[in-house]
Design a binder for this molecule. Structure first.
Ligand code: SF4
Length: 232
């Protein structure tokens, strides 16, 4: 009896189903829990407002650098009301080392003014409201919602989450928005907040963009990425 070879299309579908099989996804989540049981946001903050500002400043910048800048920034301008009235050159000087400081200064002052004018001086607690704030796109909004309010309306997709979700075959999208939508389908909502913190830690410690340390990765047997540097 002749053997019919699967077409490339059907084998792709099969591999997608395999990558997203519930037991494989559960195994990935379990391995992340084991490796990073206490993963949390690395941006130092005391209030939702401080977290919002720190997250805006973290674009194209390390959390370590942001944490060096924010104590003096919040000492000088402790509230949205104070930040709204700040002189832009002084604000720029305080955040200069985080890069893109002209735009970031405008964003954080714009955010302060929006929070005063539209939200009574309080950081809002919905995604729809947060994304109307200057400098706060979905990623920033999801960080603030998850970390400050324990709300999972979406999945934080930063550069680490984007890269590792694709390496693990949990998403294939070419944009952060598409990867977020895919992750929202495959990862249980109760895990969204911890999952992104864990992938961010994994990206910083093991699954490096250029040279992942696959020989030290506890997801290695679940990972079929072409970027792997070591195979068990
Ligand atoms: S095996 Fe390598 S590429 Fe795959 S998740 Fe681990 S470190 Fe990343």
């Amino acid at each position: 009896m002749p053997v019919t070879k699967p077409s490339p299309k059907s084998s792709t579908k099969k591999s997608q189903r395999g990558d997203l099989a519930p037991d494989r996804v559960a195994a990935i989540l379990k391995a992340l829990d084991e490796a990073y049981p206490d993963a949390e946001c690395a941006l130092t903050h005391r209030t939702p407002w401080e977290l919002l500002v720190a997250t805006i400043l973290s674009a194209q910048c390390t959390d370590v650098r942001v944490n060096m800048v924010t104590p003096a920034l919040f000492k000088r301008f402790p509230t949205p009301a104070a930040m709204a009235k700040a002189s832009l050159p002084e604000l720029e000087q305080l955040i200069r080392t985080t890069g893109f400081f002209h735009n970031k200064a405008k964003s954080i002052q714009g955010a302060a003014r929006k929070i005063i004018s539209d939200f009574g001086g309080q950081v809002p607690q919905t995604l729809a409201e947060l994304i109307t704030i200057p400098g706060a796109a979905r990623k920033t909004a999801n960080v603030v919602l998850g970390v400050s309010f324990g709300k999972a309306e979406g999945v934080v997709v930063d550069t680490h989450v984007f890269r590792i979700a694709r390496r693990l075959g949990l998403a294939k999208g070419e944009t952060a928005q598409k990867v977020e939508q895919e992750l929202m389908q495959v990862v249980p909502q109760s895990r969204w907040i911890a999952f992104s913190h864990q992938l961010i830690h994994h990206g910083r410690q093991i699954c490096d963009a250029r040279k992942p340390k696959c020989d030290r990765c506890n997801l290695e047997q679940l990972c079929h990425s072409k970027d792997k540097t070591w195979q068990s």
